[in-house]
Each structure stands twice: as C-alpha cells, then as structure tokens.
Design a protein around this ligand. Structure first.
Ligand code: TYM
Length: 329
C-alpha cells in the first residue's frame, strides 16, 4: 500500500452543492490530490439521518459526485465512492459507538442545531459524529480537509481514536483537521448570521457551484446587506458585506484589506457586481466540465471506487475485529 499520508473527507448528498462547500472544502480536496493518497466519499448514510426522498437521494448522489469531478477531483488519483456501498463504515461506527460517552454526543452543536430547527431527535442523528469518526478511521486517514463547522466532530474523532488506541493498541493514526484560512464558513446570502446550507429551502440563500452566470449575478445582487454604505470588514455589525468580502477574497486570492482599499467607497452596487464577476470567473470552467460529464460514467466511478474502498476497509477492519476479540475463529 502507498506510503503517502492519507486524506479523507466526505460530503452529504442532500441538495445543491454551493460555493460554501467549494471554497470551504472541495477546493482543498482538489489541491491535496497531488501530494497525498486522497479518498473522497459521498456520505449518503449520513444524509438519511434526516428524511430523504429515495429518488432525490439517488439523484443527489450522482449529481454530487459529478460536481466533485467537475471541480477537478480526478478518479484516477483520488478514490471516490458512496458510503453506503461499503458496509464497513457502519460496522466500525457500531464498534466506536460502544466507546462513545453520551455526554460527549450531547454537547455536539450540530445535533443541538438540528433539534432547534425542529427535527425530531433520532438515534442516527445523535450518533452522526460516531459514523463520521468511522469514515475517517476506517481508512486510517491522517488529514481531514473540512469547513469550520466540522471542527467539533473532528475533535471527537481524535478523542475516539485515542480512546480506542489506549484500550486496544496503536491502531488508528490521530487525524488532523485542515481548515482553510478564508471562507471556512461561508454565510447564507439571505441571512448572513447563519451558514450557507444545501438544505436551506430558500434558494436565494446560496450560489450553486454550477449555477449559470445570470443566476450568480442575481443571487449576489439580492444578497442581504446593511444600510451603511461603506464596504468594510466587520462580521459583527456588517455580516452581509463581510461575507461578500470573504467570498471575493477566496475567489480571487486577494486580501480583504486590498479589496476594502479598492471598494471601500464604491457603493454596494459596484462591489456586488465585482463579487459576482469574480464568482463567474471561478465557476465557469467548473460548470462547463459539469455539463460535459455523463451520468453513466459517474455511476461507474462510484462503483469502481467502492470496490477499492471496500478492499482497503476490510483489510483494516480485520485488525480492528481481532484487537477487540470479534474475529472469526
Ligand atoms: P457537508 O455535506 O455539510 O459539507 C461538505 C463540506 O463542505 C463544508 N461546508 C462549508 N464550508 C464553508 N462554508 C459553508 N457554508 C459550508 N457548508 C459546508 C463542510 O465543512 C464540509 O467539509 N459531516 C460532514 C460530512 C462528513 C465528513 C465525514 C466530513 C461525513 N463524514 C468524514 C469529513 C470526514 C458534512 O455534513 O459535510
């Protein structure tokens, strides 16, 4: 097996992939392919912790993988597959679950947020972070590129790996999160105090990765801002403008200071058009690749990836089962 350090990350196929997932995660996933042994997973078993229509789930799984390939994930270099095709994820999740204190899960903010949004508590939603730990540990990943919202889950994964190793020997590497400096938390365009989300019913809250230029312009133009006309970075008092500054900085590689120097007094209309232009430049090549990809090829990529992922996961799981005393005699 490869001696390169290993990278694992995942995305839920729960709706339209947006610029938050791209700037916060996928862009790093693409960069890491050159140097690391990379594994990217469509985590459909996580998706069903909230109700999903079966046809939508099947469609979103393909569309999600298609977006990943369009952003530059190369299945010749990265392993790309769907979680549900590889049963070892759920198996390891059970084995880690018996080592996870309820109190730790009770403190998870994503779980608390879901309840606050009105979702009924269920065991899967509660143990979501344990399945996430299993995803990472099943492949013995060293690095996990994610957005800021996954930080707490990563801390829990590290704790579980340590707990397991203390009890059963040195089996899992302790994985490190990799969180970008800008755009680690892209906010909703409709409500800049909450995160941009795939599952938000308000489509005006986000820009999709494969949205055409006219939609990108429309969404950015209608982004909620404030009534004081200066463009400056102040997330507490000017959440909308600060979010647009972060998005433009991440899209262009220019510093926020540099953008403020140019657009400080230009007025919101001019600034918003510049943000939209930067996004159109960034997204156009991705949208063009997306439109060229064929669903049948994506299905094959996922099936081939799952075969390789399952072989690797099973290899490691034998050691885990033996360590615990669950190996077949
Ligand atoms: P998910 O599907 O919500 O998002 C996929 C990735 O995109 C990042 N992200 C964002 N980054 C910046 N701003 C935003 N508005 C934004 N929205 C999403 C997320 O941080 C994530 O990196 N629990 C994970 C999926 C998962 C996973 C894993 C990740 C399951 N198992 C193992 C890493 C390792 C999730 O719901 O991501």
């Amino acid at each position: 097996m490869s001696t390169k350090q290993r990278v694992f990350s995942g995305v839920q196929p729960t709706g339209e992939m947006h610029i938050g997932t791209y700037l916060g995660a996928f862009r790093n996933w693409v960069r890491l392919q050159d140097e690391y042994d990379t594994i990217y997973c469509i985590v459909d078993q996580h998706a069903i912790t909230l109700p999903q229509d079966p046809d939508d789930l099947r469609r979103n799984r393909i569309a999600g993988a298609k977006v990943l390939l369009a952003t530059g994930i190369d299945p010749e270099r990265a392993l790309v597959y769907a979680q549900s095709y590889v049963p070892q994820h759920a198996e390891l999740s059970w084995l880690l679950g018996v080592m996870t204190p309820m109190g730790v899960l009770n403190r998870m903010t994503q779980y608390k947020d879901r309840l606050a949004q009105g979702h009924a508590a269920n065991l899967g939603l509660f143990s979501y972070p344990v399945l996430m730990a299993a995803d990472i540990l099943i492949h013995r990943a060293n690095l996990v590129p994610v957005g800021d919202d996954q930080k707490q889950h990563l801390e829990m994964t590290r704790d579980l790996a340590e707990r397991f190793n203390n009890r059963y020997g040195d089996i899992f590497p302790i994985p490190e999160p990799l969180i970008p400096e800008t755009a680690a938390r892209v906010m909703s365009l409709a409500d800049p105090t909450s995160k941009m989300s795939k599952s938000d019913e308000n489509v005006r809250s986000r820009v999709g990765i494969v949205d055409p230029p006219d939609v990108v312009v429309k969404r950015i133009k209608s982004a909620m801002t404030d009534s004081e006309p200066t463009v400056r970075y102040d997330p507490e008092h000017k959440a909308g403008i600060s979010n647009l500054l972060e998005i433009m900085s991440a899209a262009t590689g220019r510093s926020i200071d540099d953008l403020v120097a140019e657009f400080g007094d230009s007025g919101y209309g001019t600034f918003k058009l510049a943000v939209a232009d930067a996004l159109v430049d960034l997204l156009t090549p991705i949208r063009e690749r997306y439109n060229e990809l064929d669903d049948g090829d994506i299905v094959k990529v996922l099936a081939d990836g799952a075969e390789r992922a399952e072989a690797q996961a099973e290899h490691y799981m034998r050691e885990v089962r033996t360590a615990i005393g669950l190996n077949k005699l």
